[in-house]
Ligand binder design. Structure first.
Ligand SMILES: Nc1ncnc2c1ncn2[C@@H]1O[C@H](COP(=O)(O)OP(=O)(O)OP(=O)(O)O)[C@@H](O)[C@H]1O
Ligand SMILES: [Zn+2]
Length: 641
């Protein structure tokens, strides 16, 4: 649907508009209210989630009695109470569902995002481009926030600019030489928790060897059928905090210039009778309640720092509770900051490890913040951002593209400005999403299987869900539900073939055409053969150039990238608030405007972009502040005229 004519008044434009809101969370609730109060009368809302207790502090359209119900539907009902004559159409669904296709998007004059994850944001960006519907995109992280406008052919799209890569840690720091509490948390969460309760087939760098390795091939983390749970919990404790540290100490070189860790065995941390007594009061626990080590141990204050003994008790108890009360989930658990028992386990494990390495211990509340990459949401920021979304939406509806602004909400006023408007940029000519520019993939075509290219590049980096891959006129792979059996078998064979041996061989100079019909995105990948890759620097064994998307990773190096699972209610790392630092032109402008050092810090660190709970708590003092240098690309970049 074409934007209204430039001559339209704001009021007329608003009245005539049909808008789609994606996300009815922290920003979404504010946005729906502001839209309704601004005169919008045809609003559609998509949100896949149901209301949780933790949403109630800021998602003010929801009440305790709504917990468990669809956010989109409850938000609609709440707003209709004070604006009964408007139309609000809720969809309790994932925006990535195939019925929300290009035709669906085309019915709207503007799309407004109040999302909390990169995956969904990219998807909406692609559909808006395909449907030629303007997108107003937003995100907040604590006090920081931003609203950006994306109009095909006029401004850059959401994916034109690279998003900063979230902080990653070398695996050896995590597994062997932690120096900060966050390193212990990553170890406890991504290695130990994953090893004990997650998918056993997943790679894991946790050292699981025992000294007489040659004789014992068994995984020390496996619980044998007849092993008493008490014994098992103590054995794991002694293995990871005692034995593994002793093994690490054997490597004298490592500790030449570092403080040596102390191995901790359960007998040192807890007197034997305390081990026996542990969790004794559990019998009084309410069976209805979710199992909690804190409850069964009578620990009440999540803001208090537990002693080593208390952490040890929580560790043993939490481990036992997982096996006793949540056995069915073992093998498929993924750490979730809202899973109390998981947070208790990770806090205790991180603290015991921190004790060993002489790192200060932290409370469960703090540990949860670090583990969940939580920056506490600020309702006011969401309200400000929602207001700005509506302001930009009205400009879009009126066709006032000269006046579009990307607006950044800062933590501290600089030259009395708390809201900083910046003119949008033109679309990037090298963006594979909104321009036809091919990307280049350097890969060893003789050893790399098609499956690896699909997983590591096409799905993970290019963000395609259901790709179709052509080499010249030959279709080598297709994903989707409507395939014939022989096609499925044929593609399965191709997946396991190396590129050079595909029915249409992929060699140096070959161009792959990749298409995702659902996203209506088509992209060319030019192949460049390379024999060798640096395992440390290029762990994927392939390098994608001309790609500007972010990578959600927590641990890098020695061959492994670990993805942070992306889901709507976790804190996907993505780019909004930090886009600021990623825009070279903006940097210069910011440099002129901002003086306060805190503003620079604030802009460099936030990571999400989620509308509320966002991201990466990064207190790394060795994190260099990226200074606002002149970027050579800037001279080529033009402001929107
Ligand atoms: N793919 C998607 N389709 C539809 N809605 C989505 C999708 N991804 C995320 N959302 C919705 O976007 C909203 C983002 O809101 P917000 O950041 O406040 O998150 P939240 O899950 O409500 O809160 P928190 O993450 O702090 O617990 C959520 O309501 C979420 O359900
Ligand atoms: Zn683009």
């Amino acid at each position: 649907m074409a934007a209204a004519t430039a001559a339209a008044s704001s009021e007329e434009a608003v009245k005539a508009a049909k808008v789609l809101m994606v996300g009815a969370g922290g920003i979404g609730c504010e946005l729906l209210k502001t839209l309704a109060l601004s005169g919008f009368s045809d609003i559609h809302i998509i949100d896949l989630d149901t209301i949780e207790v933790s949403n109630l502090n800021r998602q003010f359209l929801f009440r305790q009695s709504h917990v468990g119900q669809s956010k989109a539907k409850v938000a609609r009902d709440a707003v209709l109470k004070f604006r009964p004559n408007i139309n609000i159409t809720p969809y309790h669904a994932n925006v990535k569902d195939s019925n929300f296709n290009v035709d669906f998007f085309k019915q709207f004059n503007v799309v407004l995002n109040g999302l909390d994850n990169l995956d969904a944001r990219r998807h909406v960006n692609r559909l808006c481009l395909a449907a030629e519907v303007p997108l107003v995109e937003s995100g907040t992280t604590g006090f920081l926030g931003q609203v950006t406008v994306h109009v095909k052919g006029k401004t850059e799209c959401y994916e034109c600019q690279p998003k900063p890569v979230p902080k990653s840690y070398p695996v050896c720091t995590i597994t062997s030489t932690p120096s900060k509490f966050v390193h212990c948390i990553v170890w406890a969460k991504d290695l130990l928790f994953a090893k004990l309760f997650g998918d056993k087939n997943q790679g894991n760098d946790l050292n699981v060897h025992s000294k007489d390795d040659s004789s014992s091939k068994t995984d020390v983390f496996e619980r044998s059928v007849d092993e008493d749970l008490e014994q098992y919990a103590q054995r794991i404790y002694d293995h990871v905090f005692g034995y593994n540290i002793e093994v690490a100490l054997d490597n004298k070189e490592t500790w030449k210039n570092r403080r040596k860790p102390n191995p901790i065995y359960i007998k040192d941390a807890l007197p034997e009778d305390a081990v026996q007594q542990n969790g004794r009061s559990r019998d009084h626990m309410n069976e209805e309640q979710d199992p909690s080590a804190m409850v069964s141990l009578g620990l009440r204050n999540s803001q208090e720092i537990w002693s080593l003994a208390e952490n040890s008790r929580v560790f043993l108890e939490a481990l036992k509770l997982f096996f006793e009360k949540r056995e069915k989930e073992i093998g498929s658990l993924i750490f979730d900051k809202d899973d109390q028992l998981a947070v208790e386990f990770v806090t205790a494990a991180a603290n015991i490890r921190a004790s060993s390495f002489g790192i200060p211990l932290h409370s469960l509340f703090e540990a949860k913040g670090v583990a969940g990459n939580i920056v506490h949401a600020v309702a006011t920021t969401n309200a400000i951002i929602a207001g700005l979304i509506v302001i930009e939406a009205i400009k879009v509806l009126k066709g006032d593209y000269q006046d579009y602004r990307m607006t950044y909400c800062l933590e501290h006023p600089a030259r009395k400005m708390l809201l900083m408007p910046v003119e949008p940029f033109e679309p990037s000519k090298s963006c594979y999403v909104c321009s036809e520019t091919p990307v280049v993939l350097e890969v060893n075509t003789k050893t790399t299987k098609l499956r690896e290219v699909i997983e590591k590049v096409i799905k993970s980096k290019l963000g395609m869900n259901l790709p179709l891959i052509m080499v010249g006129a030959t279709l080598v792979f297709e994903d989707g539900e409507d395939l014939e059996e022989d096609e499925i078998a044929n593609y399965a064979l191709n997946l396991e073939k190396v590129l050079a041996e595909l029915p249409a061989p992929v060699l140096n100079g070959t161009t792959l055409t990749v298409e995702d019909f659902h996203q209506e995105l088509k992209c060319s990948i030019n192949i460049k053969h390379r024999d060798e890759f640096d395992e440390e620097k290029e762990p994927d064994g392939m390098v994608l150039a001309g790609w500007s998307g972010p990578v959600d990773k927590q641990i890098t190096s020695n061959g492994e990238n670990r993805s942070v699972p992306s889901s709507s209610n976790t804190e996907d790392v993505d780019g909004t608030a930090e886009d600021i630092s990623a825009k070279p032109g903006m940097k210069r402008k910011l440099n002129e405007i901002l003086e306060a050092k805190e503003n620079f810090d604030a802009l460099e660190n936030p990571s999400d972009v989620g509308s509320s709970s966002a991201q990466v708590v990064e207190d790394d003092d060795d994190d260099e502040l990226v200074m606002f240098d002149e970027d050579p690309r800037q001279s080529k970049k033009k402001r929107l005229q």
